[in-house]
Design a protein around this ligand. Structure first.
Ligand SMILES: C[S@@+](CC[C@H](N)C(=O)[O-])C[C@H]1O[C@@H](n2cnc3c(N)ncnc32)[C@H](O)[C@@H]1O
Length: 205
């Protein structure tokens, strides 16, 4: 891992993911998590303050970047939530089948190289009746915005540690073996190429 990836990128990602619109989005979705939770790509732990403490037992915080896990630790300590980090990528979830009540993923499906394999893993570990909660940015509904997303995606991805701005999030989740039960979408404030947000819930099928 390069110096940029380990020491610089975690600070940049933490800053980029801390905007007011993103905080509002986190507020809408994270409090719905319950029971044993797997958070995929927990990053710098920005969702932790939004968990409803009385509803969650344990949080498995899967995060392959040591730099991001280091950044998350102060928030783990501050919130007092029972968080156990998993030092692996989302394509290699090591938990048992049918073992978690909620999978939470925010602003990470854009980055996981093999998002479909990761989604199949999330479905595998969810208990029957469990819920996938998601909040992501992705492909815009407007053709002119989509064209710019496609043009700029390569350079953006290099700069941002693998983020893609043009993924069709809801189609990916369906392809990963889920039925969407709540589907909300809108542009949140900020550059439109990066800020078409998808959030909601899905159940394994
Ligand atoms: C834009 S950040 C979002 C972090 C956090 N979920 C949030 O909402 O602030 C994307 C995260 O995905 C992580 N990531 C990169 N590759 C991954 C993979 N293969 N599986 C899971 N997470 C990955 C990155 O290390 C980073 O922490």
């Amino acid at each position: 891992m390069s110096f940029y990836e380990d020491r610089v990128l975690p600070h940049l990602i933490n800053l980029a993911c801390s905007t007011k619109p993103q905080r509002k989005q986190r507020e809408k979705i994270v409090h719905l998590a319950e029971g044993d939770v797997l958070e995929v790509g927990i990053g710098s732990g920005l969702n932790l303050p939004y968990y409803e403490k009385s509803r969650v037992r344990k949080i498995w915080g899967l995060e392959p970047s040591a730099g991001m896990r280091r950044k998350a630790q102060p928030l783990v300590d501050e919130t007092g939530l029972d968080v156990e980090f998993i030092d692996l990528p989302g394509e290699e979830i090591p938990l048992e089948d049918n073992s978690v009540d909620t999978v939470l993923i925010t602003y990470t499906l854009c980055t996981i190289p093999d998002a479909l394999t990761a989604l199949h893993g999330m479905r595998r570990v969810l208990k029957p009746g469990g819920t996938l909660l998601y909040c992501e940015h992705g492909v815009a509904p407007d053709e002119d915005v989509r064209r710019w997303q496609d043009r700029l995606n390569g350079g953006w991805s290099w700069f941002s540690g693998g983020c893609n701005m043009n993924r069709d999030i809801v189609s990916l989740i369906r392809e990963g073996g889920f039925e969407i039960t709540n589907d909300e979408r809108m542009y949140v404030p900020g550059p439109r190429i990066l800020n078409y947000n998808f959030w909601g819930a899905a159940r394994p099928v």
